[in-house]
Design a protein around this ligand. Structure first.
Ligand SMILES: NC(=O)c1ccc[n+]([C@@H]2O[C@H](COP(=O)([O-])OP(=O)(O)OC[C@H]3O[C@@H](n4cnc5c(N)ncnc54)[C@H](O)[C@@H]3O)[C@@H](O)[C@H]2O)c1
Length: 342
């Protein structure tokens, strides 16, 4: 019996950290993939999946051509501006890129009759909350233009699914981390704001020290707790969400959290990186206690039980030691590749 051919998937932001891992995993499963990315913050252009269209979401002609030329049948939409602090300083550019960019993509999908979309949302839609495990029905109360831009796109998706036959799943991920060094893929944001790569840079002598912002939070060691999820597990969840749409098991709009439900503190992350560094013969590094940053919640951990039930998803790589070990190996093996700038 021959395997039926798989539909072609457009991956916007497919040169970025999470998009590139997902594009590779899709291709490994036999899906033809078209990457659409402007390369403004590409984490690992070395690992680019072909065919690759270098263009901006605002370019309707480029979107039309990518969809038509490659007979795209479904879309996974990662492309966005992603830095919370920058969004506070420059909200217009975040609403322009994340909201208007998504509108442009949805319009292109509508022009071409495409009705399956998986969208990168974020835990930032919840804002500051004190519940131990955050469920999807927690109130959306983003505290930054970045989080608000994602919540706004989710609202648009809900409206568009009701009006126009779109089927869309928004995946709200907590802290993406880890790497796939076997594919030369990893995290390399510019500027880097994510804790694990920052600590690895300190261990590799690329920064003087690592700062711990706040030591008196109501957590066991006084530092903030976040839910780290391995990028390979995230990629797997996107493929499961896509297949649920393509096979008609999911329709309409839904939002699902992606996390482990575990959480690790800043000090636990630092300890895990230190242990990996010393194991590899790298240096110990100074840790400096600094004041709390305004707006940092003490604890953000997902209730991801809905994704487990609805997608049959099981994180396999997301224990902290595996995340740190893969991320470290990526940095050790691809030390000086700078991200591409548009
Ligand atoms: N990294 C995390 O911890 C995290 C957590 C929650 C949600 N997310 C979401 O996941 C998605 C991917 O995040 P990432 O960490 O891989 O970021 P990334 O910056 O590595 O990747 C984003 C990619 O999108 C591209 N892009 C941005 N705007 C574009 C546009 N207008 N047209 C074409 N390409 C464009 C960039 O060039 C980049 O390659 C984002 O939507 C982000 O909001 C990330």
């Amino acid at each position: 019996m021959t395997t039926p051919s798989r539909p072609t998937i457009l991956v916007t932001g497919g040169a970025g950290f999470i998009g590139s891992h997902t594009a590779h995993q899709l291709r490994a499963r036999g899906y033809p993939v078209v990457v659409f990315d402007r390369l403004s913050n590409a984490s690992c252009p070395a690992g680019l999946v072909e065919p690759f269209v270098r263009a901006d979401l605002s370019d309707a002609n480029a979107l039309d051509a990518a969809i038509t030329d490659h007979q795209v049948q479904a879309v996974i939409h990662f492309a966005a501006s992603i830095e919370v602090g920058e969004s506070v300083r420059d909200p217009l550019s975040y609403y322009q890129n994340n909201v208007a960019g998504s509108l442009a993509l949805l319009a292109a999908m509508q022009r071409h009759g495409l009705c399956h979309l998986v969208f990168s949302s974020t835990a930032a839609v919840y804002g500051n909350t004190s519940v131990p495990l955050i469920p999807e029905n927690a109130p959306l109360a983003p505290t930054s233009p970045y989080g608000q831009s994602k919540a706004t796109v989710e609202r648009i998706l809900a409206d568009q699914t009701a009006a126009a036959g779109l089927n869309a799943t928004a995946l709200r991920y907590f802290n993406a981390a880890g790497a796939a060094p076997e594919w030369a893929l990893g995290e390399r944001h510019q500027p880097e704001t994510h804790l694990i790569p920052l600590v690895i840079q300190a261990a590799r002598g690329q920064r003087d020290h690592i700062a711990v912002f706040g030591q008196d939070y109501p957590t066991p060691d006084g530092t903030c707790i976040r839910d780290y999820i391995h990028v390979k597990d995230l990629a797997e969840a996107h493929i499961l969400a896509l297949e649920a749409l393509l096979e008609g098991r999911h329709d309409g709009y839904r939002a699902l959290n992606l996390g482990t439900g575990q959480g690790a503190s800043v000090r636990q992350v630092i300890d895990a990186v230190r242990s990996e560094a010393l194991h590899r013969g790298d240096r110990d590094f100074p840790v400096k206690d600094e004041a709390r940053r305004p707006g940092d919640p003490a604890r953000l951990v997902a209730d991801a039980s809905a994704a487990l039930v609805e997608l049959g998803w099981r994180p396999r790589y997301s224990d902290l030691a595996s995340i740190v070990s893969d991320a470290y190996r990526f940095f050790a093996e691809a030390p000086d590749k700078a991200p591409n700038k548009a």
